[in-house]
Design a protein around this ligand. Structure first.
Ligand code: F0G
Length: 354
């Protein structure tokens, strides 16, 4: 029955490898956010829900292509640095492929669900004393010195898989949205999605391109700060945000991301951790969509841009919700106290709801 699933391999002829390792990634739902359209006064608002991928994030799109490539090249060991989702995804695809995965994660700064995933899929999890940027530096050196295949998003095959987000948005919407809004960390995904749209444009499939709008968290916003201050990009030394997925100070793909935003006539925006948490709650409580904090940055950014009238309410917007909310349950429970247990009687229940 495998062949009946709709996956990103629908676009195999647009991808640079044959399908070798797959967990039926892609084919994620595009939701119309009709409650939020009313609340925010926006004409057309959608979420491309990447949390519906096999390991709960968009990284699976990159890994099916990346790990397939690794096998094609005869590689027996793969590695990545990660704030969590990349490690979970690589671990799963390496398991399926029967090869060894090493994942380097910033010690103490990775959401619980993601860590559990990397462990159970059987990767060798290596916490490092440092942040994502430090981990990435080590992995790049290891790939050069130790012959381990590196599967961070500077590996172009990762981006080839992730560009299918653009194909699917067009396929599902049957048109190109005016704006695509997404969180930016290492800046691979925004580059990949832009590449996908440009390919469709160059092939004559579509006749317009969307604006790419990249959102960064205040404490980890080297791209957005440079953009807003109209100055050159400069990495940040000590990135900090509770959206740990995008806690990155030196985005490896910053140049590609900058070009995507510039060429598309888009923009970068900065949101606070508080705005991110608020947006996470709104998405869940108004749309039934539970996403992790980094993903909620997309909605937080849109709300800010609407308030500041930097975007047009009469246009269409697609938020890319990049990862599932269950990856990071701590963040929700930390700010919530359960009430005292009640007696198991109708009376007690009635008292509570009245
Ligand atoms: N959203 C989520 C949920 C992520 O996990 C990431 C990146 C991003 C957004 C940003 O995407 O890096 O392509 O700009 N997570 C990486 C990781 C860094 O290691 O899992 P990007």
């Amino acid at each position: 029955f495998d062949g009946n699933n709709i996956t990103l391999w629908k676009y195999e002829s647009w991808l640079p490898v044959k399908k070798i390792v797959s967990l039926n990634e892609g084919g994620t739902p595009l939701y119309r956010l009709n409650n939020l359209e009313k609340i925010l006064g926006v004409k057309e608002l959608y979420a491309k829900n990447e949390g519906a991928n096999p390991t709960g994030s968009f990284k699976d799109r990159g890994m099916t292509v990346g790990v397939s490539k690794a096998l094609e090249l005869g590689m027996k060991r793969v590695a990545c640095a990660s704030t969590g989702n990349t490690s979970a995804s690589l671990a799963a695809y390496a398991a399926k492929a029967g090869i060894e995965a090493y994942v380097l994660v910033p010690s103490g700064k990775i959401a619980l669900g993601k860590l559990a995933q990397a462990i159970i899929y059987g990767a060798k999890v290596i916490p490092i004393k440092g942040n994502f940027d430090d981990a990435l530096r080590v992995v790049i050196e290891a790939s050069e010195e130790l012959g381990i295949y590196m599967l961070n998003s500077i590996n172009p095959f990762r981006l080839e898989g992730q560009k299918t987000i653009a194909y699917e948005i067009y396929d599902q919407l049957q048109k190109v949205p005016d704006n695509v809004v997404l969180p930016v960390g290492n800046a691979g995904n925004i580059s990949a999605i832009w590449k996908g749209f440009k390919e469709l444009y160059e092939a004559g499939v579509i006749d317009k391109l969307p604006r790419m709008i990249g959102i960064q968290a205040e404490g980890a916003s080297p791209l957005a700060k440079a953009w807003k201050e109209k100055r050159k990009f400069k990495p940040e030394k000590n990135p900090e945000t509770l959206a740990t997925a995008i806690r990155i100070g030196n985005p490896a793909n910053w140049e590609k991301a900058w070009r995507a935003v510039e060429e598309s006539g888009g923009m970068f925006e900065i949101v606070s951790d508080e705005e991110i948490l608020k947006a996470q709650r709104i998405l869940a409580s108004k749309e039934g969509l539970f996403v992790e904090p980094a993903s909620a940055a997309s909605l937080a950014g849109l709300i800010k841009l609407l308030n500041e009238e930097k975007v047009d309410r009469d246009e269409s917007f697609v938020l890319v919700t990049t990862g599932h909310g269950l990856k990071d349950p701590d963040i929700v429970l930390r700010n919530f106290k359960l009430p005292e247990p009640i007696e198991p009687t109708l009376d007690a229940f009635r008292r509570v709801i009245e």
